[in-house]
Ligand binder design. Structure first.
Ligand code: NDP
Ligand code: MG
Length: 393
């Protein structure tokens, strides 16, 4: 029986993870659940799963939960997730928080696993922002602690699977697939008038709001280039994005001999979530069969139009990271994106303002090496302010 901590249990990934946990009661025991403000949903999860501890954002929520559930450990506040990660003691940490808020808990969990000598400690990582902002730090610390990072992001899970059995062979290319989101093929003119509602309708996946907007701007795919670079130690120039509207081929790896390995399946996040828990085993999921006959064909296109600029920004910050070990650009890109997406969701800026402002933030950013977590948080803070200042102008 593995003890599993679910960070972000009320979200899109978190709730699907709990459904997998519920289907595997003899394999997984949820010991920690966390959320930010959807406390009623968390109450339902506490009653169903009986965790040892929870973490929430607000002190007032924590006080209420302690009163309602005597014996339940309740963490809260700014360092609540980090403290919970440090103290809970688990075999698997699912990090399904959204944004840079996922970085500190990841580092704390790795340190705790090392300190307590937890053999085979696994981080099932959905929170890509962890690697975008702290990639070098997280990969180094995880290796030092003997912690295994298994990606939940469907493309990276696909790459993980395509690498199996090919250890030691050089990678020629990673072909990272992208659905293209709701605005695939849109002209600049069309993108000028899209609404929040339009951006929140994803053709293939039902996800949280932030990542859904990121998919529409293609910033998500930019973040995924950075995520893949850190996970697999491949130069960003060897990571190519392919628009694949059906989301059946989840990504591919090409080797020096010209052989290409691909991982396919219907778009269903339960498959990569379950695999991150079960690896190296495979457990039953509710994924439907792919009906290749009905599907008829699989389509692939080159990224094009305004959203292509989001990919260019990711390549740009990764070039600086590779050539000079300057990692601050990715932190700035991520931080600025987080505030800009929120402004867009709040109806305060237009869709293309996100991409335009991100470029301005990068143009005015002084790239440099990143010394540690404090430094990352400071670069993040400055990038958020800078993005806001461009909007105010
Ligand atoms: P959701 O917005 O649906 O859920 C986010 C979860 O994190 C919720 O439990 C939320 O709590 C909590 N949370 C949000 N902000 C904070 C914060 N500042 N501090 C602590 N907790 C917080 O997101 P998703 O499940 O869609 O995505 C989670 C991560 O997984 C993201 O990094 C995303 O990029 C990645 N991912 C998601 C995929 C998907 O299919 N959804 C696919 C691939 C990757 P509350 O509910 O209280 O707000
Ligand atoms: Mg993805």
């Amino acid at each position: 029986m593995k003890r599993i901590a679910v960070f972000g249990s009320t979200g899109s990934i978190g709730t699907q993870a709990l459904s997998i946990i519920a289907s595997n009661p003899r394999r997984l025991k949820p010991v920690l659940l966390t959320c930010r403000s959807r406390i009623d949903m968390l109450r339902g999860q506490i009653e169903r799963f009986r965790p040892e501890a929870v973490a929430v954002e607000r002190e007032s929520d924590a006080v209420a939960l302690r009163r309602e559930y005597p014996g339940l450990e309740v963490y809260c506040g700014k360092g609540g997730l980090r403290d919970a990660a440090r103290e809970i003691g688990c075999d698997i940490m699912l990090n399904a928080v959204v944004g840079i808020a996922g970085l500190e808990p990841t580092l704390a969990a790795i340190d705790a696993a090392k300190a307590h000598g937890i053999a085979g400690f696994t981080i099932a990582l959905a929170n890509k922002e962890t690697l975008v902002t702290g990639g070098r730090l997280v990969i180094t610390r995880a290796a030092d602690a003997g912690a295994l990072l298994v990606p939940v992001d469907s493309e990276h899970s696909a790459i993980f699977q395509c690498l199996m059995g090919n250890e030691g062979n050089a990678i020629k290319r990673i072909l990272l697939t992208a659905s293209g989101g709701p605005f695939r093929g849109y002209s600049t003119e069309q993108l000028k008038s899209v609404t929040v509602g339009d951006a929140l309708i994803h053709p293939n996946w039902k996800m949280g709001r932030k990542i859904t907007v990121d998919s529409a701007t293609m910033v998500n795919k930019g973040l995924e280039i950075i995520e893949a670079k850190w996970l697999y130690g491949v130069e960003a120039s060897k990571i190519e994005v392919l628009i694949h509207p059906q989301s059946i081929v989840h990504s591919m790896v090409e080797y020096e001999d010209g052989a290409i390995m691909a991982q396919l399946g219907t778009p269903n996040m339960k498959v990569p979530i379950s695999y991150a828990f079960s690896y190296p085993e495979r457990w039953v999921t509710d994924a439907r069969n792919v009906d290749f006959i009905t599907l008829g064909s699989l389509q692939f296109d080159a990224p094009a139009g305004d959203t292509r600029r989001s990919l260019d920004m990711a390549y740009r910050v990764m070039r600086e990271s590779e050539e000079k070990a300057y990692d601050s650009g990715a932190v700035a890109l991520n931080g600025a994106n987080e505030v800009l997406v929120q402004l867009f969701l709040d109806g305060r800026i237009a869709f293309l303002d996100i991409i335009d402002s991100l470029e301005k933030v990068l143009d005015s950013h002084d790239s440099r090496t990143v010394k540690g977590i404090e430094d990352i948080l400071e670069i993040d803070r400055q990038a958020r302010e800078r993005a806001l200042s461009f909007i105010r102008r």
